[in-house]
Design a protein around this ligand. Structure first.
Ligand code: ADP
Ligand code: MG
Ligand code: ZN
Length: 554
């Protein structure tokens, strides 16, 4: 149920490290002190439980701007939230009081100063407050520089209302922690969550798809006899992969949401019981799995987000012994995810956020130095290079790509930020295609400036540029590429761009078959699919069938 709310209300695919345990403990009405790094996602750890519990949760927060921000985004997500702050207009406060009276309010944000008024506690008692959350709880500590005397009243509030309290901070030092416990919980021990996000025993590795079936088979073959999970993007792929593994006498079984419930339970039980079984699964697999000795997790397709990635690889090596992971990704995954986001029903800001999250994941996939540093950095934690990831094992060759990146950016700008990758590359290469000629793009100063760089390299450069969020496909312009704010300093010559050479060399041009297909053409479609497969197998390059409406057949 928390996972459902997470998806429905926030549109997130998975919890960030640590969130789920905290959410469940807070929702169960326990006193909690949670220490998580900045950016780790503390707000969700009190907002989500507030929706799981009856009554109102009071949130004590030190800054009016923070409160307003949170209330606004909660309301946009359809959650009844309000704030009582000195910045309110009378009308705003009246609205909050009315919602408190009629019992519709779920989260009430309040500055600690309010607690100085004798009227506040009786008001909160009448309103049916059932929990207190304290954000930036280190403000209660005289040790730190953020001390706020009114935070000392929060302990009295808890005593007066007799409800559970959950306190959140990014400040982890022992004195501050002790002071928070003494002052907010009267010294009675809350459940403390203080855990770094790192899972140092899990080896991290990504590879561009280069014959994905073979890559997964090689990985599994080298780990014969170990329990592992292969996550696949489609149900069909879970079936074909498990068949291929079994054909080599490697015990494997498929698992996906299309199977009967008792069939799924049987797979779960078998995986739990047997040693060395591989489950090829969609993301439906894993929630209920509690097997400590899963030795590896592979993704045959790009996961949905960094959060989903972390959660899925995190199923490996719970016993603390070394575990391995391999995540494959390819331009097909990226295009498919972009299309899914653009064609989904989510509001524009949510789509924007989904694109940004996808970009973050691509940034991780094509990171230029320690992957774990990059991953933990995304969750707000700093770390030293880990020595247990593919990029620490073999540092990739990098090069200053400022020059070609600027060429590509200017080709995008000069063509009006209206065109997809293919057209932009045609302009760079000086290919006078019909489309190029019809738009007069062969007259542009950028026409042919990138001749010296092969087409496959341009594709890899543009993909890395997408991953760095220097350029983005614009759904309003049918996926035409436009440049982002991050590209401006590069264009102005204020910033340089470093890309990975290894990802560029191995890139080969995709074979694209363009066609128009209607229902009667179904036989043609399967012929095309077969042709695509044959091409992909023969040349070991990704090939797609792309329809004029941009649907993509893998
Ligand atoms: P903190 O208060 O710990 O610094 P926030 O609560 O402000 O962190 O969250 C930081 C960012 O992470 C926000 O943009 C939030 O929307 C995002 N976030 C939090 N939880 C998740 C999640 N499970 N999946 C994706 N994004 C998340
Ligand atoms: Mg915060
Ligand atoms: Zn590393």
């Amino acid at each position: 149920m928390p996972a459902d709310l997470l998806r429905q209300v926030w549109g997130f695919d998975g919890f960030r490290p640590g969130q789920q345990e905290i959410v469940e403990t807070v929702a169960a009405g326990r006193d909690v002190l949670a220490i998580m790094p900045t950016g780790g996602g503390k707000s969700l750890c009190y907002q989500l439980p507030a929706l799981m519990r009856d009554g109102v949760t009071v949130v004590i927060s030190p800054l009016i701007a923070l409160m307003r921000d949170q209330v606004r985004s909660l309301r946009e997500a359809g959650v009844a939230a309000g704030a009582l702050t000195s910045g309110n207009t009378d009308a705003e406060s009246d609205e909050v009081f009315a919602a408190l009276r009629d019992g519709s309010l779920r989260l009430l944000y309040m500055a600690p100063e309010r607690l100085a008024s004798g009227a506040t506690v009786p008001m909160l008692r009448r309103a049916g407050v059932t929990a207190i959350a304290v954000d930036e709880a280190h403000c209660v500590s005289q040790w730190g520089h953020d001390f706020r005397p009114d935070y000392l009243r929060v302990g009295e509030l808890k005593r007066a209302l007799g409800v559970p309290l959950a306190a959140f901070t990014a400040t982890a030092d022992a004195e501050t922690r002790d002071e928070i416990v003494a002052r907010l919980f009267d010294g009675a021990a809350p459940q403390v969550f203080l855990r770094g996000f790192d899972r140092p025993n899990i080896h991290l590795a990504f590879q561009p798809k280069d014959g994905p079936r073979r890559q997964i088979m090689d990985f599994a073959r080298a780990r014969r006899g170990q329990s592992g999970i292969v996550y696949c993007a489609t149900r069909a792929r879970t079936e074909t992969l498990s068949a291929a593994l079994n054909a080599e006498n490697i015990a494997a079984v498929a698992y996906h949401g299309g199977m009967e419930a008792d069939q799924r339970r049987e797979v779960e039980a078998r995986f739990q019981r047997e040693d060395g079984l591989i489950v090829t699964a969609t993301v439906a697999f894993g929630m209920g799995i509690d097997k400590p000795d899963i030795r590896w997790v592979a993704h045959s397709d790009l996961p949905k987000s960094i959060e989903a990635y972390y959660q899925e690889i995190g199923r490996a090596g719970r016993d603390g012994a070394p575990a391995e992971t391999l995540t494959l990704y390819g331009p097909d995954d990226i295009r498919l995810r972009r299309t899914q986001i653009d064609e989904g029903l989510a509001p524009a800001e949510r789509k924007e956020a989904d694109h940004a999250r996808l970009n973050a994941l691509l940034g991780l996939a094509e990171a230029i130095s320690c992957r774990r540093q990059h991953l933990l950095g995304y969750f707000g934690e700093t770390a030293e290079p880990c020595g247990n990831c593919d990029l620490c094992d073999t540092p990739p060759e990098i090069f200053d790509a400022t020059q070609p990146v600027r060429m590509a950016l200017s080709a995008i700008l000069r063509t009006g930020e209206w065109f997809g990758q293919g057209h932009v590359i045609d302009v760079l290469l000086g290919n006078a295609t019909d489309k190029v000629a019809a738009r007069g793009h062969d007259q542009l100063p950028t026409f042919g400036v990138g001749k010296a760089v092969p087409k496959g390299e341009w594709q890899a450069i543009l993909r890395q540029m997408l991953g760095r969020d220097l350029i983005r496909p614009d759904p309003e312009r049918h996926g035409g590429l436009r440049i982002t704010a991050a590209a401006h300093p590069v264009l102005r010559g204020e910033e340089t761009v470093t890309l990975r050479r290894d990802l560029i060399r191995r890139a080969k041009p995709a074979a694209v078959i363009r066609t128009q297909v209607s229902d009667e053409d179904a036989p043609l479609l399967s012929a095309l699919k077969a042709k695509r497969r044959a091409l992909a197998e023969a040349q070991r390059v990704p090939a797609y069938v792309i329809f004029p409406d941009r649907t993509l057949i893998e």
